[in-house]
Ligand binder design. Structure first.
Ligand SMILES: Nc1ncnc2c1ncn2[C@@H]1O[C@H](COP(=O)(O)OP(=O)(O)O)[C@@H](O)[C@H]1O
Ligand SMILES: [Mg+2]
Length: 276
């Protein structure tokens, strides 16, 4: 059985008396343990709603989401699901709960009542995993955006999650902060954590094993980056190709087929092959 399974999921926001807004429409898909998925789509396509459905914050209006075989609508399991599916959000300044970094990372483990020794070892491990060990006694407010997001990830890792969802977690960062965060995420995925990275950046999406695109709450595209970029389907979802794939598409139109191009490395590879 897939690790995450959505079966005909619908989600409707009650807006006001008599009105409602269908944000997720008849969505069925599966994600295997250990996958690195990029979730993308235009503003309002339902990405954040889907993230909140996946970690049990919202329950499907109809349909079902199974997380490791357990329904997210199961009230007895909701805290377990939230622990197992960690979320990091866009604004690095809204995610700290304590002023000192190690206290911030300890917040989750303390909240679930773990013993002191266990909390300390988890905080040590989580801060090391994001490369923030030397900062543990510092004030969170003094950090860069990238460092704040790494601390937010450490807070999630201290709960030993199976799934890490980043909801545009790099959108407010400078390129350096973005790279720091993405390399931490990549390493977690290599350690077996399932990653769902919600992003508008096709360059970031290209780093995933799989790209899922939502359009108006529906599943529009689902495939490997090379396949998605070469299909020409992104445009109908209001999205553009990453620069390397765009250049490859233009060259292909001129009769130079570079093969599957997703990023700079595969672009260079394609060019070298072509001119050999
Ligand atoms: N709290 C809410 N109440 C009512 N409608 C909402 C709420 N949050 C989001 N929506 C609507 O649901 C749809 C999907 O939103 P969202 O999941 O935030 O999209 P995305 O994250 O892709 O930008 C949009 O039409 C949005 O306006
Ligand atoms: Mg969103």
């Amino acid at each position: 059985m897939p690790f995450i399974q959505l079966k005909n999921v619908n989600y409707v926001y009650p807006v006001r008396e008599g009105a409602s807004l269908k944000a997720i429409k008849n969505l069925s898909l599966s994600i295997e343990a250990g996958e690195y998925v990029a979730l993308t789509g235009m503003n309002g396509s339902g990405k954040s709603t889907l993230a909140k459905l996946l970690n049990g914050l919202f329950k499907p209006t109809s349909g079902e989401i199974l997380m490791d075989g357990v329904s997210t609508a199961d009230e007895d399991k909701v805290f377990d699901i939230r622990r197992r599916v960690g979320m990091v959000f866009q604004n690095p300044d809204n995610q700290t709960v304590a002023t000192i970094i190690e206290d911030d990372v300890a917040f989750g483990p303390e909240n679930i009542g773990l013993p002191r020794d266990e909390i300390i070892s988890r905080v040590d491990e989580a801060l090391a995993a994001v490369g923030m060990s030397e900062y543990r006694k510092r004030q969170a407010s003094a950090l860069s955006g990238g460092q704040k997001q790494r601390v937010a990830i450490a807070g999630v890792l201290a709960m030993r999650p199976d799934v890490l969802i980043l909801d545009e977690a790099t959108a407010m960062l400078d390129p350096e902060g973005r790279d720091e965060v993405l390399s931490v995420v990549k390493r977690q995925n290599q350690n077996g954590v399932t990653v769902i990275n919600i992003t508008h950046s096709m360059q970031e999406a290209a780093m995933a094993d799989r790209i899922i695109v939502l359009r108006k709450g529906r599943l529009a595209i689902d495939g490997a980056p090379a396949q998605v970029f070469s299909s020409g389907a992104l445009r109908s979802c209001g999205l553009t190709l990453p620069p390397a794939a765009q250049l490859a598409a233009e060259l292909k139109a001129e009769g130079f087929d570079l093969g599957a191009v997703t990023d700079e490395a595969s672009l260079v590879e394609g060019l070298c092959k072509l001119f050999k």
